[in-house]
Structure formats: C-alpha cells, structure tokens
Design a binder for this molecule. Structure first.
Ligand SMILES: Nc1ncnc2c1ncn2[C@@H]1O[C@H](COP(=O)(O)OP(=O)(O)OP(=O)(O)O)[C@@H](O)[C@H]1O
Ligand SMILES: [Mg+2]
Length: 217
C-alpha cells in the first residue's frame, strides 16, 4: 500500500534535552494512527516536525514519498496537510467564527456564497452552528478547539495531524468528532490521551518514548 508519511530514524533534541531517538513510522494511505505517551515525551514536537515547523536533529521525513530535506520543502504540501495544534489560542486569523472557518476557502478563490454554505454545514456537523457569529476570543477553550478543527476539515486536506483534538471537550462534542473522523477516509495521526476516543476510532496505536515508537495495537 502507498504511504503518505514515512519517518526514518528521527531523533529530536531541543535546547534542554534529548527528547526521542530512532523513531520510525510509516503511515499508509487512509491509515489512522494514534500516538500516546507521557507528558513531555515529544508527541507535539513530532507533529511539528511532520508539518515542517521544527527540524529533527537527525533522520528523514518523507511526505508522499518525497523527502523533505529542508523546512522550505514542506511549503509544497502546506495545503495537503491539516494540522490542529495542541494550543489553538493563537491559531485564528479572523475575529468571528464564520469568517475564520470561511477564510481558507475564500483564500483558495471560492465565492462567498459557496464558502458560506460549506462553512455553515461543517459548523452544523460539529454541533457548533450556534457559535456562527461569536467572537472567537470570547469562546471557551473547548469551543475554540472545535472551531479550529472546522477550519481544518473544511479544506479537505489529504493528511490530518491532530494534537489532542478532544482535550477540553465534553462527551457530546467528542462523539461528534469521532463520527466525523470515522467518516473521513484520509491518513491521520492523532495524538490523544483519551482511551475511549482512541478505541472508538480504532486506529493503529503507538506509544512514544525515548527510544521511538512502540506499537501497541
Ligand atoms: N520550544 C521549546 N524549547 C525547549 N524545550 C521545549 C520546547 N518545546 C517543548 N520543549 C520540551 O520538549 C519536550 C517535549 O515536549 P512536547 O510538547 O513535544 O511533549 P508532549 O509529549 O506533547 O507533552 P504533552 O502530553 O504535555 O502535550 C518537553 O520536555 C518540553 O518541555
Ligand atoms: Mg503535547
């Protein structure tokens, strides 16, 4: 099966310590992978490496079989990768929910009516249509997380990298996200501490530790 992401012998060292070593992972087309691990084990750093925000200290990252030799190489795949950061508080570009969710579609040249209709639909699918005209910075942390996810899903990227998508969410919001993610046939790496969320999504599960990824299921 063709692979969307290949990580070969990655090591990551930040200013204070060696975080992980010898990390190898292949994510196939439409495969869902969950990564668990202790606080500080490097899960968020790993997603930032895959999206080209930070550099590993050694090893290689391939996206769609294309080796990313420098951070510039990632630009070509920006619109193919939907990245939800762990902290979304500085992720937004527009003041209101609907404007922010529409933004990526408008930037791609979609007309206002179409972008609006699609944005309303994704807000309904995620159960947050009532927030349509709210100021993003007045929303709760959980509400902001779902708005950020809406802004990512609407662009239909080929790969989803989701850093703790359900932390701070209530059960009903979590159920809606599970249903949506289960209906999407894309390659995904999901970092999560939520056991039930992972079980319902049924991905391949890996645990991150100092010596790389250990396959759990
Ligand atoms: N910009 C930075 N400068 C220095 N150290 C950093 C930086 N960012 C992260 N770290 C450190 O790198 C290690 C890995 O951090 P990371 O955020 O990737 O962990 P994590 O597995 O996502 O943790 P959590 O479960 O708490 O989200 C931690 O020890 C953290 O303190
Ligand atoms: Mg993290």
């Amino acid at each position: 099966m063709s692979c969307s992401i290949n990580l070969k012998e990655l090591a990551y060292k930040n200013t204070s310590k060696e975080v992980f070593n010898n990390l190898t992972l292949n994510v196939s087309h439409e495969e869902k992978v969950a990564i668990i691990g202790a606080n500080g084990s490097g899960k968020s750093s790993l997603l930032k490496i895959i999206v080209g925000l930070i550099k590993p200290s050694s090893g290689s990252v391939f996206l769609f079989h294309d080796e990313m030799k420098s951070l510039k190489d990632f630009r070509k795949y920006r619109s193919d990768i939907g990245y939800l950061p762990q902290d979304v508080s500085d992720h937004f570009l527009c003041p209101t929910v609907i404007e922010d969710v529409m933004f990526a579609l408008r930037a791609k040249g979609e007309n206002k009516e179409e972008a609006y209709a699609k944005s309303c639909q994704i807000l309904k699918d995620l159960g947050i249509f009532h927030l349509e005209n709210r100021n993003i910075y007045d929303l709760s942390g959980g509400e902001q997380k779902i708005v950020a996810l809406a802004g990512i899903l609407i662009t239909k990227p080929k790969i989803l990298l989701l850093d703790e998508p359900t932390n701070a969410l209530d059960e009903s919001a979590e159920e809606k996200i599970i249903a949506i993610l289960n209906s999407i046939k894309k390659s995904m790496i999901i970092v999560s501490h939520h056991k039930t969320f992972i079980e319902k999504l049924a991905p391949s599960v890996y645990k991150l530790n100092k010596d790389g990824l250990e396959k759990l299921s």
